[in-house]
Design a protein around this ligand. Structure first.
Ligand code: CA
Length: 228
């Protein structure tokens, strides 16, 4: 997964590059809008992170030109502004999401993953991990061919864990993805739904797929990747 960060503030750019590389992404940097635009046209990225206030060409121009060229790469805007008008403008120009500075890196990472998951080319209809199979279109999940009878929330949660397989998913991220709500949620709610999900997905089967990372969140791991 390769990400282009177009950001003129050195400190922010370095902070983003470091964090994203640690999270396993390849990161390219551009310091102004024009260079960023050239790089985005020349190379195929999985995601662009674009600051709005940039020298030479601002983030709005960059996104408008790329979309005008038919480039469909997902775009996450960064901005110090927080007015409704700016958000609307960014989204109308074809940005996929918006993050207002200053932000916590964990929040950026959650948005990055969420934008990448929504990207149409990454939306597989069927997800498979071990003997677990998820049919996204029919909202059905099976293990070893046995239907799991999940509620809609349980299904969303499982699909999220499967898409993030091998990565620890925090309770806050689950709250945001599954309930589409912010980070102040009572995370006990998350634990309760995870427990119900495990009762259906893992309890009846010998191999457990969902694991608790104490104090952090949950991880779904396939048998062959299991850390022992
Ligand atoms: Ca800037």
């Amino acid at each position: 997964m390769r990400i282009l960060v177009i950001e003129d503030e050195k400190k922010t750019a370095a902070f983003l590059a470091k964090g994203l590389r640690e999270a396993g992404f390849a990161v390219d940097l551009a310091r102004d809008g024009e260079t960023g635009l050239e790089q985005a046209r020349a190379t195929k990225f999985d995601l662009l992170i674009v600051d709005i206030m940039l020298p030479h060409k601002d983030g709005w121009e960059v996104v408008a030109e790329l979309r005008g060229d038919g480039v469909r790469t997902p775009i996450l805007f960064l901005t110090a502004r927080d007015s409704v008008r700016d958000r609307v403008k960014g989204l109308e120009l074809g940005a996929d999401d918006y993050l207002v500075k200053p932000f916590a890196f964990s929040e950026l990472l959650a948005r990055v993953r969420s934008v990448l998951r929504r990207a149409p080319q990454r939306q597989a209809e069927r997800l498979r991990i071990d003997d677990l199979e998820i049919d996204m279109r029919r909202h059905k999940a099976t293990r070893s061919g046995t239907p799991l009878n999940l509620t809609p929330k349980e299904f969303l949660l499982l699909a999220h864990l499967v898409r993030s397989a091998g990565e620890v998913v925090s309770r806050a991220e689950i709250a945001e993805q599954v309930w589409d709500i912010g980070f102040k949620t009572d995370t006990n709610v998350v634990d309760v739904v995870v427990r119900r999900l495990r009762a259906k997905v893992d309890d009846p089967f010998k191999t457990k797929l969902i694991h608790t990372i104490r104090g952090v969140g949950y991880i779904l791991i396939a048998r062959e990747n299991r850390i022992t």
